[in-house]
Write a new protein. Structure first.
Length: 572
């Protein structure tokens, strides 16, 4: 079961449980609201950040448990980590005849300065933002300008926009002179033609509120839509106070698909209320915009003030949630095991001192994600030999296959590219719903620029656990299934890639089998082939050539074997 969908099911089951035992489901959720107590604030995630000593470092808080990684492993690891691509143009030695430490640092700086960095890390944020370029539901109508938000995220990350501003602008950028950023709020699934527009408005606003709470606070605030949260000190009234910050951005009779940015309405906006049992037909007592009572109050209760409070150095929960997610991206495992829930139903961090130190480090680094990335990847902790092995995502796998075969088109930005779909997939779509991009050179662009449809994902992405963009996804599932292996071994994409890789190798090395095998290993595995591998490869190609009477076909089969190897699919 997909992890992102699991949270939704859990919330639903908790909702049913709550209704069964009548948990805070009164006719007046404000009047009957339980006060916040000192005990409510005792949970580890709600505490202020621990003050680390002046000599605290990542290595002291989390020392390496194994010797340093060899050069080839480290280069491949950090290149995929920061750019999402294999290290095609880098020697397999970090020293390259010079100072090993300085050369590695130069490589890190080069990767962080590359446009590839923003393209890679944008997918992390787009997973959280439940980004897609269609509405979802039955008609899955296209949003013609949704790609502008995707490009905004990429540019903001490449420009190293201070991370507090990066988050704040997505919540209130229209009030800060950066309107495009606020498309974040409306990347929500939507049914523009729903007969009851009051219901549509209700669902949209609840989704926006749940997503902002999940990303910004790392809490399942959406579980308080119908009743007080069963585990965390967030009341139903707290949920609708939080929602009230966004109430003037959606009107009930606005039937057109939402554009890429927020519209603020001053007339015709219904009063902000609590909805009894979450029923849009049962508005309850009126409420004013406010942050959950657990966190205090705002002097100026408007959306801009909320955005500034949310992403601030004084919001320990926000800092912990983001530090936990960044650590997860570098080390595969978050410090707190459930990154989408730091509340009572989540798990305490395995290393709370390290999590708090990282959380405090982000504002100490002037909110620079690039500086925090560099701090992590330059550390002995990151550079040790044994880290959790990570499988490439579907997007990274496709990009790597295109890169090693010399096909990758690095054109940046613009409308999403529509790739050809297998007939069994295209037949499920409505007539004229999906028109393949006619320019075939566009078909080899990076996966971040592939058109993101909610109801039908690209088969390779679907097989390798891309989330469905229905809700915010803090951690992707990582399944192991037979169709994954079959697709890499038998699909036309895999065979075409292997053939193009073989052609590219032959153009450089002719029919020198040993040179071909060595070059293929450097491209696909980012290391030099050893003697045994060369001997095995020579024997394989000779045998395949005899069977097919075609040296080029035999070389393509060898390339296909490399593309199917665990060493290509995983990063150590």
């Amino acid at each position: 079961m997909k992890l992102c969908g699991l949270l939704l099911i859990i919330c639903f089951l908790l909702s049913q449980q709550a209704h069964a035992v009548a948990i805070r489901a009164s006719a007046d959720p404000v009047k009957d609201e339980r006060p916040i107590t000192a005990k409510d604030r005792e949970h580890w995630a709600f505490q202020p950040l621990a003050k680390a000593g002046v000599d605290a470092t990542l290595e002291k808080l989390s020392p390496p448990q194994s010797p340093p990684a060899d050069d080839a492993t480290l280069i491949r690891r950090v290149t995929f980590d920061l750019a999402g691509l294999p290290p095609l143009n880098t020697d397999t030695k970090t020293g390259r005849g010079g100072d090993r430490e300085k050369d590695y640092e130069a490589l890190v700086d080069e990767l962080l300065a590359s446009p590839r960095y923003g393209e890679h890390w944008a997918q992390w944020w787009l997973d959280l933002a439940r980004f897609a370029e269609t509405d979802g539901f039955e008609y899955d109508a296209e949003r013609s300008r949704a790609w502008q938000y995707r490009d905004w995220v990429i540019k903001a990350l490449n420009d190293d926009m201070p991370f507090d501003q990066f988050v704040q602008r997505q919540i209130a950028g229209d009030l800060m002179g950066d309107e495009a950023a606020t498309a974040f709020l409306f990347t929500v699934p939507d049914m523009p033609d729903l007969n009851n527009q009051s219901e549509r408005r209700h669902v949209l606003l609840n989704d926006i509120t749940s997503t902002v709470g999940a990303i910004g606070l790392g809490l399942t605030v959406g579980c308080a839509q119908c009743h007080d949260h069963p585990y965390d000190p967030i009341s139903q009234a707290d949920f609708y106070r939080l929602r009230a910050f966004f109430d003037n951005t959606v009107l009930p009779k606005e039937r057109k698909p939402l554009g890429p940015s927020v519209r603020v309405f001053t007339e015709g906006v219904p009063a902000s209320t609590v909805f009894i049992r979450g029923d849009f037909k049962r508005p309850g007592p009126e409420i004013k915009p406010a942050i959950p009572r657990l966190f205090g109050s705002l002097e100026k209760p408007d959306r801009a003030a909320f955005a500034q409070w949310l992403a601030s150095k004084d919001n320990a929960l926000f800092l912990r949630a983001m530090a936990n997610r960044i650590w997860q991206q570098h080390f595969s495992k978050p410090l707190a095991a459930v990154p989408g829930d730091l509340g009572h139903q989540g798990e305490a961090p395995t290393n709370p001192a390290l999590l708090d130190w990282l959380a405090a480090e982000l504002p100490r680094q002037n909110w620079s994600l690039k500086k925090l990335h560099k701090l992590i990847v330059m550390s002995p902790t990151y550079r040790q030999a044994k880290l959790p092995q990570r499988r490439l995502t579907g997007e990274m796998l496709r990009d790597a296959m295109l890169a090693v075969s010399g096909q990758l088109n690095l054109k940046a930005g613009g409308p999403g590219v529509r790739l050809p779909m297998p007939k069994e997939v295209s037949d499920t779509l409505l007539r004229d719903q999906y028109k393949v991009t006619p320019d075939v050179t566009e078909h080899t662009r990076r996966s971040i620029y592939i058109f993101a449809r909610r109801n039908v994902r690209h088969p390779l992405f679907d097989l390798f656990d891309r989330p469905d963009a229905q809700i915010s996804c803090a951690r992707r599932n990582e399944s192991t299934t037979a169709p994954q292996a079959l697709a890499l071994l038998n699909s036309s994409f895999a065979h075409d890639t292997a053939a193009k890789l073989a052609t590219s190798l032959s153009e450089k090395h002719g029919s020198d089998t040993q040179a071909l095998i060595s070059a293929a290993s450097r491209l696909c595995l980012s290391r030099t082939a050893n003697e045994a591998e060369i001997a095995t490869g020579v024997a394989f190609i000779e045998q395949q050539t005899k069977l097919a009477s075609n040296f080029q076909g035999a070389l393509a089969d060898y390339c296909l074997a490399l593309l199917n190897s665990n060493e290509f699919l995983f990063v150590d």
